[in-house]
Design a protein around this ligand. Structure first.
Ligand SMILES: Cc1ncc(COP(=O)(O)O)c(C=O)c1O
Length: 439
């Protein structure tokens, strides 16, 4: 057996770890130059065109381009009228933005557990968490996998709740069944997307919401632009009919976004091909489970994630990623980001109920009639997933076959070495204080 690089062997790859990269062409470049030459950089006709392109592609009535996939979530909750005392059901297996948006409206995130295979909200647990204070559900189609949306929409209808689909990682994925052919993010009352660097579509920073509801559209628009009314134009006076802010995107980002949206199918095709290639190369490795497909939708791939079985491999995910990093394919700097998830309900803000202005508001607030605690054991399925699911690599279109081969070879080498060590009773501990400090 080939010796691991971390044990003094030769690394699989020496030309540097594989990193996320955006895919742009000369078209993006030229359109950015055109914006610069026009000297009209603030939100205007290019952004209107971007929104039209999004709405046409995703087959929805309205789209609004916003500063990020975080502020998109905020304008949606604001438009729903979510406020103090309200509860919103959220996923614990996601990026912080999917639940912190609830706090932005002084409401309470209530975590429901996820399905152990898909890592998207488990409708049965969502149902258990509904109270008379619940106002909305935020399903997250994590890594590009469609949510189990039908039972969630049924629950929403039964209990009169809004559904905000956080589709930041899954633009282009589609549903099957009752919503056959509809894009993920277009079935709930509002769908939210991110175009931050590294996502399937990139404008550097940015995001957009989509909806078929005229009223929600007007409200989101107003919240995004100082309470203005879209119908009265960008220079109209402010209308303070709800607390508002400024989440306007620039024409630069929209100019890039137009080309990105037009290229969406191509970008996803490349990502799916890369993911399938990896799956082919990785199949059959003991202790390593490959990304799932689901019967209720057609997935895309933002990230390629694998599940590691600590029993079979004789060690945990942290040691596995340190060994992978030594093989030259995994960037250890990713440890501190979403690449190694922390269940959201165990973030200090929740465990400590750290609220605004040094208070425990909104968690403990006279307007909140419920009682909420966040603790280990609240969402056991998500907690276990956070220990075992490794965000192995972005599968962006610019990856070459050699990159994919290197990733697969490194995973196979580390897994087989770990199993060998386990059989021989050799303990594995590559962690250091410096590495733990990154977590
Ligand atoms: C699931 C999810 N929701 C929301 C966001 C927030 O998007 P942004 O970084 O554009 O604010 C991200 C990613 O960054 C995400 O992965």
């Amino acid at each position: 057996m080939e010796k691991l690089a971390i044990d003094g062997g030769t690394p699989v790859r020496t030309k540097g770890p594989i990193v996320e990269t955006d895919y742009y062409t000369d078209e993006e470049l030229e359109s950015v130059i055109a914006v610069m030459k026009s000297a009209r950089i603030r939100r205007g006709t290019v952004t209107n065109e971007f929104e039209k392109t999004i709405a046409e592609k995703l087959n929805v009535k309205h789209a609004i381009a916003v500063t990020s996939g975080t502020t998109t979530l905020h304008i949606a909750l604001a438009a729903f009228g979510i406020g103090p005392g309200d509860e919103v059901i959220v996923s614990p297996y996601t990026f912080v933005a999917s639940d912190s948006c609830v706090l932005e409206q002084n409401a309470i995130p209530i975590f429901a557990d996820v399905d152990p295979v898909t890592l998207t909200l488990d409708p049965a647990d969502v149902e258990r968490k509904i109270t008379k204070r619940t106002k909305a559900i935020i399903p997250v189609s994590i890594t590009g996998l469609p949510d189990n949306i039908e039972p969630i929409m049924d629950l929403a209808k039964k209990h009169n709740l809004y559904v905000l689909e956080d589709a930041a990682q899954s633009v282009g994925a589609k549903y099957r069944g009752r919503y056959e052919g509809k894009y993920v993010g277009t079935v709930g009352h509002v769908g939210s997307f991110s175009t931050v660097t590294g996502k399937i579509l990139s404008t550097g920073e940015g995001g957009f919401v989509v909806t078929n509801d005229d009223d929600l559209y007007e409200k989101m628009w107003g919240f995004m632009d100082f309470g203005r009314k879209k119908s009265l134009g960008g220079a109209s006076k402010y209308h303070w009919n709800l607390p508002i802010t400024n989440y306007r995107i620039t024409e630069f980002q929209s100019a890039v976004g137009i080309h990105q949206i037009k290229r969406l199918d191509f970008l996803n095709k490349k990502r799916i091909e890369n993911a399938h290639y990896l799956s082919e190369k990785l199949k059959g490795i003991p202790g390593v489970t490959l990304p799932p497909e689901v019967p209720y939708g057609e997935r895309v791939f933002f990230y390629y994630v694998i599940r590691l079985d600590p029993e079979v491999l004789g060690s945990d995910m942290l040691n596995f990623s340190i060994a992978l990093a030594s093989e030259g394919t995994y960037n250890l700097n990713y440890l501190s980001t979403t690449r190694m998830m922390i269940p959201q309900h165990l973030e200090p803000v929740f465990v400590n109920k750290a609220g605004y202005g040094g208070t425990k508001c909104p968690f403990e607030c006279p307007l909140y009639e419920g009682k909420v605690e966040y603790y280990k054991g609240l969402c056991p399925v998500a907690e276990k997933a956070c220990d075992e699911v490794l965000w192995l690599a972005s599968v962006h279109p610019l990856l070459e076959k050699q990159d994919l081969d290197d990733i697969a070879n490194a995973v196979r080498k580390v897994a087989l070495n770990f199993i060998d060590k386990k059989e021989k009773g050799i303990a594995i501990d590559y962690t250091t204080d410096e590495i733990r400090a990154k977590l």
